[in-house]
Design a binder for this molecule. Structure first.
Ligand SMILES: [Zn+2]
Length: 419
């Protein structure tokens, strides 16, 4: 038993620092409860067989033949799902600066602390310095550093005068940055085009800024940036903040709202219907509202955060699409547990939450043929959980192993035991 625990710890260390050789042996996850798809019943006592970074077979223990010489992970009593997506993260904290020069173990440790230890095998970075984030991504994709698949919008388009002052950036722990500021359709198009030419995966804009000075992006600037993104087959993300920002974003054709908006009070049915008719996808970021008011009186914090929960409830009641995201990287409390609890409070079941972590983002970002489910032929991006989230949604954060492309990139340290 002690040897096993030492091996697990050693594997975790190796996953942090080593360049993995090309996987030749098969890997089998044996004996867990598998949620292959949030819409399907779980498969008990199942096996996931992985070969060459891809899921080779999924089935019950009797139905899947485990080849001789395969490496196995005993998943008895554990739960297996597809790899999670966090679709609202940032690589803007000072720790990510000069990404080309951060040592590989340190970079891997930082990626683990924010993302992979919580099962995130794919992330959408909704605003950072593209050249820097691209270096992080390149180092992960080369195999030098263990980390998630990264998509990014690069720099956020701001309304005129909207770039946060250095003092705000210092207090929030962020790198200093000069963001493109756009006043009308022509410069919004030009700024979006420059980013898309540089290779970003989407366009993010502040429909209304969150920090002083509070400014709203003119509607024709929103439309210009969105049109340019769509013309190139990319999605547009918006930070709405308040009523003007929200309506400008929705009416300007934005695809994804990266927050609920408790600042504006409850969402009524007409507003939710207009957003759904515009095919908007919502990232709720409910834990963020408690974090933002962490220095305020509990009653004020609870009331504000409760409005966000009510907005998500109204959204779900009218069948709005939700994808999971927490704004980590801006928020330096990385643990997603409270987000799962707040989503449940808003009426989402564990299956709904699983869909927001897997199938819904895979579909929204055009990756369903490779990701989002546990099925033969898909990338072997998987999460092994210590417990079944159907019994308690906090289990989504109780990650034992995170597997990306068939490679174990995180294993939880062995639990403390009384001697
Ligand atoms: Zn954010």
């Amino acid at each position: 038993m002690r040897t096993t625990r030492m091996l697990v710890a050693l594997a975790a260390l190796l996953a942090l620092s080593a360049v993995a050789p090309a996987q030749t042996r098969a890997l089998a996850l044996v004996g867990g409860t598998i949620y292959a798809d949030p819409a399907a019943p779980p498969l008990r006592n199942g096996v996931v067989l992985i070969r060459d970074g891809t899921i080779a077979a999924v089935g019950t223990r009797g139905a899947v033949q485990i080849p001789n010489g395969a490496e196995t992970i005993d998943c008895s009593g554990l739960t297996i799902t597809a790899g999670f997506w966090n679709s609202h993260v940032h690589f803007t904290e000072r720790k990510w600066a000069n990404a080309a020069r951060v040592g590989a173990p340190e970079l891997a440790s930082q990626l683990q602390g924010m993302l992979t230890r919580y099962g995130f095998t794919s992330v959408f970075d909704t605003g950072s310095m593209w050249e820097n984030t691209k270096r992080i991504r390149d180092r992960i994709e080369s195999g030098e550093v263990a980390g998630p698949r990264i998509r990014s919008t690069g720099e956020i388009l701001e309304p005129p005068g909207g770039t946060p002052p250095d003092l705000v950036l210092d207090i929030t722990g962020a790198m200093h940055v000069k963001l493109p500021e756009v006043a009308g359709a022509a410069d919004a198009r030009a700024a979006a085009r420059a980013l898309l030419d540089a290779g970003v995966d989407g366009i993010k804009l502040y429909a209304q800024t969150w920090a002083p000075p509070i400014v709203v992006m003119p509607p024709d600037a929103v439309r210009g940036a969105v049109d340019e993104a769509h013309r190139r087959g990319k999605l547009a993300f918006a930070h709405p903040s308040n009523r003007d920002g929200l309506l400008n974003a929705v009416r300007g054709g934005v695809d994804i709202l990266v927050h609920t908006t408790p600042q504006m009070g409850p969402w009524n049915d007409a507003l939710v219907d207009e957003m759904i008719a515009a095919r908007v996808t919502l990232i709720p970021t409910l834990k963020l509202w408690r974090y933002e008011l962490r220095h305020d009186r509990e009653s004020i914090r609870d009331q504000f955060a409760g409005v966000g929960v009510g907005q998500l409830r109204a959204w779900r009641q009218r069948r709005g699409v939700v994808i999971f995201g927490t704004d980590v990287g801006y928020m330096n409390d990385y643990d997603p547990t409270d987000e799962y609890l707040l989503m449940k409070e808003a009426g989402m079941t564990s299956r709904d939450i699983l869909a927001s972590l897997t199938t819904a983002p895979a579909e929204r970002f055009g990756a369903s043929s490779r990701a989002g489910r546990v099925a033969a032929g898909l990338d072997a991006d998987l999460v092994v959980l210590a417990a079944d989230p159907a019994a308690d949604v906090r289990a989504f954060a109780a990650v034992r192993h995170t597997i990306r492309g068939g490679r174990v990139i995180y294993s939880a340290p062995p639990p403390l035991r009384a001697r």
